[in-house]
Design a protein around this ligand. Structure first.
Ligand code: ZN
Length: 233
């Protein structure tokens, strides 16, 4: 672990830099204990075989039961011929650590002149610091795309996990078709109770701190979920 990137120091810097994020972090968690379920047991499209998906963990297509139910709702509300394709849900906390460090190293190499504060601030735009109980660690978040009846991905203006300004949900300069497709996705997901993370058009969550903050809920209902919450584990 590089010097200065250990838990507490990073958290403090991160909180100072992002007022909104500090408010998200202040949201209490009242864990409801809902199990993690395998989405492959549901009538949904989900795959572990996508070139842009990052996670290799065995629970990557697991999510909380309430999230699976809401994904079903959203999928059913799509215009005819369109489906959700779910690519990544649960990510254990340990893996989030690895992502944080890997991304930090990349930034350090690209910007050797940046201070540690600047590096942490910029890094937090791409990866949630492990200390904050990141959305994917709760089993409340899902990364997904839209596909047509042939399973072909719709044009969303950028691909899953593609860095750059087009990853923002409301990015400027998107082709009309991509804008329309993003609206369709946003509408069905929000109607099913999810919130979108505005920095990533493909990321939605329910029940985590970000959801609670965005919806004005008094508490998040999902904290970090470990293997013991998996049904049948
Ligand atoms: Zn995500």
């Amino acid at each position: 672990m590089p010097e200065g990137s250990s838990g507490t120091a990073v958290t403090v810097r991160w909180v100072n830099c992002y007022d909104k994020r500090s408010r998200v972090l202040a949201v209490p968690i009242q864990e409801c204990g809902e199990p993690l379920v395998d989405l492959r047991g549901y009538p949904l499209l989900a795959t572990t075989d996508h070139p842009k998906a990052q996670s290799q963990t065995k629970t990557r297509l697991h999510c909380r039961e309430g999230v699976a139910q809401r994904l079903l709702l959203a999928d059913a509300r799509l215009p005819e011929g369109l489906r959700l394709l779910i690519l990544e849900c649960h990510r254990p906390l340990e893996l989030q650590d690895v992502y944080w460090e890997t991304q930090l190293k990349t930034l350090q190499e690209r910007h050797p002149d940046w201070s540690e504060d600047k590096l942490s601030t910029e890094n937090a735009k791409f990866v949630a610091p492990p200390e904050i109980v990141p959305p994917h660690s709760t089993g409340g978040a899902a990364d997904l795309v839209l596909v047509d009846a042939d399973g072909k991905e719709l044009d969303m203006g950028s691909s899953l996990n593609e860095k750059g300004h087009l990853m923002r949900t409301d990015a400027r300069g998107l082709p009309e078709e991509a804008k329309r497709n993003r609206s369709v996705l946003l509408e069905v997901m929000e109607s099913a109770g999810f919130v979108n993370y505005g920095h990533e058009w493909w990321h939605f969550s329910y029940g985590d701190r970000y959801w609670a903050y965005t919806k004005g809920e008094p508490a998040a209902i999902y904290g970090a979920a470990s293997w013991d919450l998996v049904t049948g584990a």
